[in-house]
Write a protein that binds this ligand. Structure first.
Ligand SMILES: Cc1cc2nc3c(=O)[nH]c(=O)nc-3n(C[C@H](O)[C@H](O)[C@H](O)COP(=O)(O)OP(=O)(O)OC[C@H]3O[C@@H](n4cnc5c(N)ncnc54)[C@H](O)[C@@H]3O)c2cc1C
Length: 394
């Protein structure tokens, strides 16, 4: 089978590697390498578990994160959450890598497995009954199957399905701060607009940014200015040179996820192109890699479109839908304040949040695990009673 993969990010490279290793003829189109991608670069243990050999063998430089600091810069407060002490290849580690080196290692692994890297941009895709015709900036290519791993603005998605609407996207914008690193990530939850600011230390720079819903009524420029204020208030970047970036992230609601279409005759969509991103944390690297593997498995059997859609429905949608349903409550002002206080006071709440940021805590049990911790459970009940009795809160 001839497979054309558009996009050599984590999703496309992983699919290419697995398909080529199984004997498919794979062409991977992407003109952008070597390149940095606007991204925190946080690789959770479950993402790393899929590509640990590749990352280790290529010697990808990584920062191993030891602590997560939650800040409230307006009140000058913070709480430090220790992460599990583990090495860079542990399945419980949270690593941060530059996407230039991480993606380059995945691309090299795909090429080693036999995929051909075509250094050109795909301009049109025609999916017909008997095959796929791919036009690129360098020529025309024919294949049996097209995989769209071309990110949030996916050309294949726009061709065979619908582009993401504004209310299905988050804006992420911020700065790379050169020459500084750390073993601590910093997170500030925002209630207005709902979202969060982060600083993720890569081996030679900090990736600092903010993400909020694209339809929150705030411009990218205003968000970047807010991030710059935060950088000044926290003094996190010292005198480093700041290089700005902005990028969209798919951020689907539960009803979007229930109706999500990720494949059709002779095509499928992976990673960001499919919309497989955690709507709270905006973690997408795990789902990009995993969906690449699911596509390779599906294309190795009968009825690949149906097999791939079933895998996404079973393995991604339940978790992403739970996150989408929890999201409104997660960034509510009362919850943000309560969580900050609980993080300062409760080791049990710190343990839950350590697992959440390291990708070990599922949304299925998050609410109950948080509520079960006596301190937060008590506070929640007090808050609820106060609201019921009509007494004013703080
Ligand atoms: C600011 C920010 C911070 C983030 N932080 C994190 C984080 O810390 N951890 C995490 O897990 N996730 C994070 N994410 C999400 C993560 O970056 C994405 O989910 C992930 O990169 C998706 O991988 P992908 O392979 O689907 O797409 P991408 O990584 O977007 O790769 C798509 C590739 O397709 C190529 N392409 C596009 N169009 C064409 C075309 N027409 N022809 C050929 N090639 C094309 C592009 O050049 C690109 O290389 C963040 C996102 C943003 C924006």
């Amino acid at each position: 089978m001839d497979v054309a993969i558009i996009g050599a990010g984590p999703a496309g490279c992983r699919a290419a590697q697995r398909l080529a290793a199984r004997g498919a003829r794979v062409t991977l189109f992407d003109p952008s390498h070597p390149r940095e991608k606007p991204c925190g670069g946080g690789v959770t243990g479950r993402a790393l578990a899929l590509v640990a050999d590749t990352v280790r063998d290529a010697g990808v430089p990584v920062s191993v994160i030891r602590t997560a600091r939650f800040t409230d810069s307006r009140r000058g407060e913070s709480a430090v959450v220790p992460l599990e002490d583990c090495g860079p290849t542990s399945a419980s580690a949270l690593l941060v890598a530059s996407r230039a080196t991480f993606d380059a290692a995945l691309l090299a692994a795909a090429i080693r497995a036999g995929a051909v890297h075509d250094v050109s941009r795909v301009t049109t895709v025609d999916v017909g009954g008997s095959g796929v015709r791919i036009s690129t900036t360098r020529g025309v290519h024919r294949a049996d199957f097209a995989i769209g791993a071309d990110g949030a603005n996916s050309l294949l998605r726009r061709t065979v399905a619908q582009p993401f609407q504004r209310d299905q996207l988050s804006i992420a914008t911020g700065f790379f701060a050169d020459g500084i690193t750390s073993d601590e990530i910093v997170i500030e939850l925002l209630a207005d607009p709902p979202g969060y600011i982060w600083s993720f230390p890569r081996p030679n720079h900090l990736a600092i940014g903010v993400c909020v819903e694209a339809d929150a009524g705030v411009t990218s420029a205003a968000l970047r200015a807010r991030t710059a204020d935060w950088i000044r208030a926290t003094r996190i970047a010292g005198h480093a040179t700041l290089a700005p970036y902005s990028w969209p992230i798919p951020s689907l609601k539960a009803q979007d996820l229930d109706a999500l279409i990720v494949s059709g005759p002779r095509w499928c969509l992976l990673g960001d192109a499919a919309g497989l991103v955690d709507p709270i944390t905006r973690e997408g690297i795990y789902f990009a890699l995993a969906s690449g593997e699911w596509a390779a498995d599906a294309l190795s059997g009968d009825a690949p479109e149906q097999a791939f859609a079933a895998r996404v429905r079973d393995e991604a949608i339940p978790e992403l839908s739970r996150a989408a349903r929890l999201k409104a409550g997660f960034f509510r002002p009362a919850f943000v304040r309560l969580l900050m206080r609980a993080l300062q006071q409760s080791a049990a709440v710190r343990a839950v949040m350590a697992d959440l940021v390291a990708g070990r805590q599922s949304y299925a049990t998050l609410k109950w695990r948080l509520l079960r911790t006596l301190e937060l459970g008590l506070a929640w009940r007090v808050l609820r009673e106060r609201r019921r009795s009509g007494l004013p809160g703080h």
